[in-house]
Write a new protein. Structure first.
Length: 142
């Protein structure tokens, strides 16, 4: 009985919360720090890899396959092998993107204007945290 009453109160009573601005800024800072580390491995896992190979035709029988063109002086055959990304990872990545897009559209339809303004405030504070990380720890090459 108590569980049903609590469940009914949760569904009927609107929930209001205030955004912790400093927490949102620190979330942006931490997000940039983590993204700085894991961005390259994720991109490598989701994109195809190109590998250059060279064959020296005058190195004798059997043909020698090497990865350095400098070892062959003349008669070099070169070709590129494309290693595709892992199909399961690409599928999971696309499913997560589609799921979040659908959830965002549903949230836009069912949320109140107050909740939307709070999310906008959180996103702005999050971006401020990312800018602070870029200023303090970012590469100057960009």
């Amino acid at each position: 009985m108590n569980v049903a009453l609590m469940f009914m109160l949760i569904l009927v009573t609107p929930v209001t919360a205030e955004i912790d601005h400093l927490g949102a800024i620190s979330d942006g800072f931490v997000h940039s720090a983590v993204a700085d580390i894991v961005k390259e491995p994720i991109d490598n896992a989701l994109s195809p890899t190109l590998v250059n190979y060279y064959i020296c035709k005058d190195s004798g029988f059997p043909l020698e396959v090497i990865q350095s063109k400098e070892k062959c002086y003349t008669d070099v055959l070169d070709y590129i092998i494309v290693k595709p990304p892992n199909i399961i990872l690409v599928f999971l990545y696309n499913m997560v993107v589609i799921l979040f897009m659908a959830m965002f559209v549903i949230w836009c339809c069912v949320s109140s204007a107050e909740e939307k303004s709070e999310v906008c405030t959180y996103i702005i504070c999050h971006m401020i945290g990312q800018i602070i990380y870029d200023v303090l720890c970012g590469d100057d090459d960009d």
